[in-house]
Design a protein around this ligand. Structure first.
Ligand code: SF4
Ligand code: MG
Length: 337
């Protein structure tokens, strides 16, 4: 399959009163055309900053992309002006967020906002054509009685329906990539499942690649093909979804799996990984997971583990010294000092 988006050595830094904080610390990954890739991790691991970096929406100041490339085909998104990014957003790459209320304008009707979303990138389209496109898309995302719903305001809709509106809006310009940042976190479990099913169906139908950002491995199991696990700004594991569940390597991934609130993985008590994600930038030396890791040794505290590559046939990477006993190669050398 063709690569759609390639993130190379991306570093996104926040310049704060406490100093230079690399929220995303030299990460590499790619998304294929039509693929659903998940980035997983607890909050504060750099997932959202990664997606904002792709969208050109890192709040600046204090944030800034300080190294690397984000290649959409030949185009390096890190080199585009805000004006150029405005053309790319929505048309090439669209994004939906956890709480649709923050992205929908409470003062305009649903119909109004969906119409605007089309007109933004298709100024010459005829009114009638726009309206029929909006209604068609609303039906596709499972919004009933579309004609009437167009006259409603966002607050008149349920959370699940608002997220469907956001998905419709995101897909109206037929983007190549949809970034979904915790799209179902604010919804109750039944609605969550429906929205995930919808995203998967739309991915099949339109071949829109999806970058799903989530803290919830349960969500990942439902829809994704490949998983990237992030911890403290770094990628600590990457593998096809089946491998992540059957053969997880990194102690952090294992911890996340044990805390999935799902009968299949739950033991008798609800497990949670001890301790907290370190404040970005607070750990300078050694493995960032060491303070929380049951397997940590002396070496882990002083030496930063590289990303080991262990799969044959499939790509499976893990950033943990435990790989050295069975590891096959090193995917990346960590620059010393
Ligand atoms: Fe744990 Fe050491 Fe592996 Fe880090 S390198 S995850 S501290 S065993
Ligand atoms: Mg987040």
């Amino acid at each position: 399959r063709n690569v759609l988006l390639k993130v190379k050595d991306l570093e996104t830094t926040f310049f704060t009163e406490d100093g230079r904080v690399p929220a995303v610390d030299h990460i590499d990954f790619h998304i294929n055309e039509g693929e659903i890739l998940a980035i997983v991790g607890e909050s504060g691991c750099g997932k959202s900053v990664t997606s904002l970096s792709i969208m050109g929406l890192v709040p600046s100041p204090p944030g800034k992309i300080t190294s690397g490339q984000i290649l959409l085909g030949e185009l390096d998104l890190t080199k585009q002006s805000e004006k150029q990014m405005r053309k790319i957003r929505g048309k090439e790459v669209a994004m939906i967020f956890q709480e649709p209320m923050t992205s929908l304008n409470p003062l305009y009707t649903i119909g109004n906002q969906l119409t605007e979303a089309i007109l933004l990138h298709n100024k010459k389209m005829k009114k009638k054509e726009v309206a029929s496109k909006v209604i068609e898309m609303m039906k596709l995302v499972g919004l009933p009685r579309a004609e009437e719903l167009m006259k409603d305001y966002p607050h008149q809709l349920s959370g699940g329906m608002r997220q469907r509106v956001m998905i419709a809006m995101a897909l109206l310009c037929n983007p190549k990539l949809l970034i979904a940042d915790e799209p179902t976190t604010a919804l109750d479990v039944t609605i969550q499942a429906q929205i995930l099913k919808l995203m998967k169906e739309l991915n099949k139908q339109f071949r829109t690649a999806v970058l799903l950002i989530t803290h919830d491995l349960g969500v990942v199991a439902e829809v994704c093909e490949r998983v990237v696990v992030m911890y403290a700004g770094q990628i600590v594991e990457e593998a096809p979804v089946g491998e992540i569940f059957k053969n997880p390597q990194h102690p952090y991934t294992k911890g996340l799996l044990q805390s999935v609130p799902d009968m299949r993985y739950k033991k008798d008590s609800l497990y949670s990984i001890k301790g907290n994600v370190p404040k970005p930038g607070s750990i300078q030396m050694g493995c960032r997971f060491a303070p929380r890791c049951d397997y940590a040794t002396e070496r882990c505290i002083t030496e930063n583990p590289p990303l080991y590559e262990l799969g044959e046939g499939t790509i499976h990477k893990s950033r943990c010294f435990l790989q050295e006993t069975e590891g096959i190669g090193i995917a990346e050398r960590v620059a010393e000092g």
